[in-house]
Design a protein around this ligand. Structure first.
Ligand code: C2E
Ligand code: CA
Ligand code: CA
Length: 738
């Protein structure tokens, strides 16, 4: 027991108590580590009235102690002083409980460092500082007196040591927390999203630092300001409504898209979700959490897709879909204002040939040019649309009178008047137009467009093309088409379909040398129908193959009969449509038919039109070669009406070129037509073919053609197409004409 008096002891205990409570306070308010350890040492030193107090941390890797804090004897250098060897600290560590040494000079359990000896330390007490299931370090006090540390003092030191442990735990936790906080900060900085807190008044209370790299703003530039300040005016109303809704409906996330002004790049599309946690006030939130994401990229690709589904890519014009939508709208406003709306469908008749001859790129450029002209010529309220390929649609709203409508149509027509340039060449587009008018022809977009398209199909059929209005009459004609369609199949079986024959004459001698089979249909209700009315329908439905085969068979059997009656050198010409001509089995079928009727191949002339030949020029070349091998003759029909491609014609090996009747009938009055006829005749000869003129209606036609060197011809002058029964008579009469 020490020799101290009771009073002294009481004083010391009081001191210890005070120091302990102060330490606890400090611990609670713990600032930095260093500060805390310093205070711990100062208080221990004065409470226990010792000369020296040290906190040493154990470094297990090197089995050394490092001075963390020390008071007394000039302290030593914190963080540097190292206690090596087997010291009292080592011993405390090993024991795991307080180690007390009354006289260090006689200590046998451990080594006493030199500086302790130098300072004439006599007694010492060390307690371990526990932390995380082990000993973190040692707290030691030394006295110059030979002194026995009493129980309270040991307890006090142990209490301080456990305070240190508590402090270590807390600071560890804090440092871990700050690590988490750091992560959170990084997250909020580098996030692709911007997180904000918006209060009830719409003020920005928080903006995540990510706002800087997402929108270019620094958080401090936005915090405190109304959150809608940088929103596109067009999106503002909706956004403010969403804000109201969010505060009325906690726990309900609401998503919205709007444009937000970035610092450098103008408006960006933002997709935002607003959310107000139910307990937001209790949670200490100032308002709703908003997370925003820049979706401008996605938006623009959406817009592209949208554009693609509403606009034609080549011309940028509205497509048929959008056309119908706009038409619907314009009809509504016309209805209110008692106005007319013109619906026009335009088709470029010779576009296919242009594409074939000049290539698709040039074709496209020409379409763009036409689109441009239409838009420029028409009023800004008019709608110009491209439906597909060479088909355009125009809506003419705000029209009050028929005269007004005509003026607008005239403008459309005028768009095609001026030729398009292709290098040195001028290309004239031939446009057909079908027109339907609201309210006369229909009251809804679909009906009006359909009627305009029907009118267009009529415009295509008519000789001069041009503008065609939808009419009652047209409706009737269309009904006829339906009638034709529905009976076409039966007609073949019922023998309603058969050929008429028109003689083909050798002009020099006025001698019949052939006959062209021209199909007719004796319809039970409609009477005799010309091929121009049903061939296309048959072609579209595929029935043309059946009709064609029947005609070939009939023509050969009729020819064979005729030959037996003395017209041995006659040939028969048969017209082939595109489908028939491109039929893979065509050569076989012809060979078979020739054999069946015992007709020599040279007495069979296959006619294809120029446009059929140009549909698939390469394929045409192959088919023609195969057909030549059969030994039959081949003619190009309606020459000059399509878009003649010299290159290909030279390649194709044909026997005859047929001059279209439009040239023949015009050549007497029109020198240009005459020169076309002459050119075709000369061209035929240069290709080793002969020329055959159609539409010879007058003697003058005959004389002119003869003078130009045309070999063969046909036309009403000699004979119209007649039934087979009458043909023999006709042929005999022709020989007499001369
Ligand atoms: P296409 O081959 O050019 O036939 C000549 C057309 O001119 C015939 O009309 C004929 O009746 C008419 N024609 C004959 N001489 C004269 C004349 O002096 N003046 C005038 N203005 N016209 C004359 P059609 O018979 O109505 O035949 C029309 C078209 O139908 C034919 O034109 C041909 O392309 C096609 N066609 C006729 N029969 C068949 C067939 O069996 N199969 C196929 N695929 N098409 C056929
Ligand atoms: Ca023909
Ligand atoms: Ca013809």
């Amino acid at each position: 027991m020490s020799s101290e008096s009771l009073i002294e002891r009481c004083k010391r205990l009081e001191k210890i108590g005070k120091a302990a409570s102060e330490l606890l306070l400090r611990l609670l308010r713990a600032g930095g580590r260093e500060e805390f350890f310093n205070h711990a040492c100062t208080h221990i030193k004065s409470a226990l009235e010792v000369e020296l107090c040290k906190i040493l941390r154990y470094e297990p890797e090197r089995d050394e102690f490092l001075l963390i804090s020390g008071h007394g004897f000039g302290e030593g250098v914190v963080g540097k002083e190292v206690v090596r060897g087997y010291s009292k600290a080592h011993h405390t560590l090993q024991e795991g409980k307080p180690v007390y040494s009354e006289d260090v000079s006689s200590e046998k359990r451990f080594e006493v460092p030199d500086f302790i000896k130098r300072h004439e330390v006599v007694s010492g007490l060390s307690v371990p500082i526990h932390f995380e299931n082990g000993v973190w370090g040692v707290l030691g006090v030394y006295s110059k007196d030979r002194r026995r540390f009493n129980e309270e003092e040991v307890k006090f030191l142990e209490a301080v040591a456990s305070s240190v442990s508590a402090y270590l735990e807390k600071s560890e936790l804090l440092s871990e927390l700050s690590k988490e906080k750091h992560k959170l900060e990084l997250l909020l900085t580098y996030l692709k999203d911007v997180i904000s807190i918006i209060d009830r008044e719409g003020r920005v209370r928080y903006k995540s630092p990510s706002v800087e790299h997402v929108f270019g703003w620094e958080p401090k530039e936005l915090i405190g300001k109304p959150f809608h300040e940088l929103i596109h005016p067009a999106d503002l109303e909706h956004l403010l409504a969403v804000k109201e809704r969010v505060f009325l409906n906690p726990e309900e996330p609401i998503s919205i898209e709007y444009r937000f002004k970035s610092k450098t790049e103008g408006y960006r599309w933002v997709e935002a979700t607003f959310f107000l946690p139910a307990e937001w006030e209790k949670l200490g939130l100032e308002g709703a959490i908003v997370s925003e994401r820049d979706v401008t990229g996605r938006k623009s690709s959406q817009e592209k897709v949208l554009k693609m589904s509403y606009f034609d890519l080549l011309t940028g014009l509205p497509n048929r879909f959008l056309f119908l939508q706009k038409l619907e709208e314009l009809i509504k406003s016309a209805e209110r204002r008692n106005e007319l709306v013109g619906v026009v469908v335009i088709d470029i008749a010779n576009f296919k040939e242009i594409n074939d001859v000049y290539g698709i790129d040039t074709g496209d450029a020409m379409l763009s040019e036409i689109a441009h002209r239409l838009v420029n010529k028409l009023r800004s309220g008019d709608v110009v649309s491209r439906f597909f390929s060479d088909e355009f649609g125009v809506i003419l709203p705000n029209i009050k009178t028929a005269t007004g409508l005509n003026k607008a149509l005239e403008k459309i027509r005028a768009s095609f008047d001026e030729p398009l340039k292709h290098g040195e060449t001028n290309v004239l587009l031939k446009a057909n137009m079908g027109v339907a008018v609201f309210p006369r022809d229909g009251r809804d977009a679909g009906t009006l467009l359909r009627k305009a398209e029907l009118a267009l199909s009529k415009a295509k059929d008519s000789e001069n093309g041009g503008i065609h209005f939808f009419s009652k009459d047209l409706e009737e004609r269309i009904a006829t088409i339906v009638l034709i369609k529905s009976r076409l199949h039966e007609s073949i079986q019922n023998g309603e379909i058969f050929p008429y024959y028109q003689p083909i004459v050798k002009l020099k001698e006025s001698k019949p040398i052939g006959m062209e089979a021209l199909v007719r249909w004796r319809h039970p209700e409609l009477g005799l129908i010309s091929p121009s009315r049903f061939i296309q329908i048959a072609e579209d439905s595929g029935l043309i193959l059946e009709i064609g085969e029947f005609i070939v068979d009939k023509a050969l059997s009729d020819l064979s009969a005729l030959q037996k009656r003395g017209f041995y050198d006659m040939y028969v010409a048969v017209n082939f449509s595109t489908k028939q001509f491109l039929d893979e089995n065509l050569p076989d079928k012809i060979r078979h038919n020739l054999n069946a009727h015992g007709v020599e191949p040279r007495h069979f002339l296959l006619e294809i039109t120029e446009s059929t030949a140009m549909k698939e020029p390469a394929r045409t070349g192959e088919v023609l070669e195969e057909l030549r091998k059969l030994g039959i003759q081949i003619a190009i029909d309606d020459f000059g009406t399509g878009y003649s491609s010299m290159n290909y014609l030279i390649e194709f090996d044909v026997d005859k070129i047929k001059i279209d009747k439009s040239f023949t009938s015009a050549m007497l009055e029109n020198p240009k037509a005459e020169s076309v006829v002459k050119t075709i005749i000369d061209l035929s000869h240069s290709l080793g073919a002969s020329a055959l003129a159609e539409g010879i209606e007058k003697e003058e036609h005959l004389e002119k053609l003869k003078s130009l060197g045309c070999e063969e011809g046909q036309g009403y002058f000699f004979s119209p197409p007649v039934e087979f029964d009458k043909l023999e008579n006709v042929l005999e009469n022709i020989a007499d004409i001369k």
